[in-house]
Design a protein around this ligand. Structure first.
Ligand code: SF4
Length: 297
């Protein structure tokens, strides 16, 4: 069929009753939808957890004895295409707690003395500007210690530009039950490589004693001592824990995330509550650089 303007309808035009009802035919979709269940999310009254691999707010993770994984290397800042990350590293030897140590007593790789993170350095300043961040995830790919991962938290809004710059204390994972608050020495006889390979599964008695001597009122002492004494299992990683107020039906996802996030916990390693808090080195069995964060990036 052709008209004078050259318009050619793809479907043949209706005739008779069909032609009469054509102007209101589109309402049929509306009427049919009225009797179907609503799919609209009732946000913010009911928060729905996104997929586990969702790129949400960043998180700075800890080792099982409470030391921080970030070593202040700035690789995440260099990898960021939006220039949203600012990091300043510092030496563990320069911590105020080490001020009385004899000159040269704290070698760069010494497990003794106060540490914020294993090894020589730690992240003293850590900022992410969420007005710039595009959540691409290149920073977590660059991180050599799996310190930086991305959580499922998508509620990132603020009333001021300054408030959208998250500081280290906003990003650091909270201490899990059984972790010992830093600073404190590394687990005796270990190196930062042992930490990196996931062989430190909780605080040791020597670490607990060191903290008790200097901070007797520290609230994390009791639980950490129970772990050190083998009365309690070591703390599981809190990486990528879905928010506790995740909506119904998300329990399964949360369980899956917890299973992924605790592969280096004593339970996942097949050890009981009396497992040693520092796993014996088994060359060739540990995944180099392996960490709970790998599976949930
Ligand atoms: S988060 Fe990772 S990449 Fe960034 S400074 Fe810390 S250790 Fe380095």
């Amino acid at each position: 069929m052709h008209d004078e303007t050259g318009y050619q309808p793809l479907r043949p035009q209706a005739k008779g009753l069909g032609e009469f009802l054509a102007p209101v035919a589109g309402f049929g979709v509306t009427f049919a939808s009225m009797f179907k269940p609503a799919v609209t999310e009732d946000y913010p009254r009911k928060k729905v957890a996104p997929q586990r691999r969702y790129h949400g707010r960043h998180q700075l993770n800890r080792y099982a004895d409470g030391l921080e994984k970030c070593i202040g290397c700035e690789l995440c800042a260099w990898a960021c295409p939006a220039d949203a990350i600012y990091v300043e590293g510092a030496s563990n030897a320069d911590l105020p707690e080490n001020a009385d140590a004899p000159q040269g007593a704290l070698a760069a790789d010494s497990p003794e003395g106060a540490h914020i993170s294993p090894g020589e350095r730690y992240g003293r300043v850590y900022q992410i500007n969420y007005l710039r961040c595009i959540f691409c995830g290149l920073c977590i790919e660059a991180c050599p210690t799996r310190a930086l991962t991305m959580s499922n938290d998508y509620e990132l809004a603020g009333n001021s530009r300054e408030g959208m710059i998250y500081e280290k204390q906003d990003l650091l994972a909270p201490l899990s039950e059984g972790m010992l608050a830093a600073p404190h020495p590394m687990a005796e006889g270990t190196t930062d490589t042992d930490y990196y390979r996931g062989d430190v599964l909780g605080a040791t008695q020597a670490q607990v004693d060191w903290v008790r001597e200097r901070r007797p009122d520290d609230e994390t002492l009791a639980a950490a001592e129970a772990v050190a004494a083998g009365k309690q299992a070591g703390p599981a990683s809190r990486q990528h824990e879905l928010r506790p107020d995740a909506g119904p039906g998300e329990a399964e996802k949360a369980a899956g995330a917890a299973a992924v996030g605790s592969v280096h916990s004593p339970e996942a390693a097949g050890a009981g509550a009396t497992a040693p808090v520092v796993r014996a080195a088994t060359p060739g069995t540990a995944e180099p650089g392996g960490d709970a964060g790998r599976g949930v990036r």
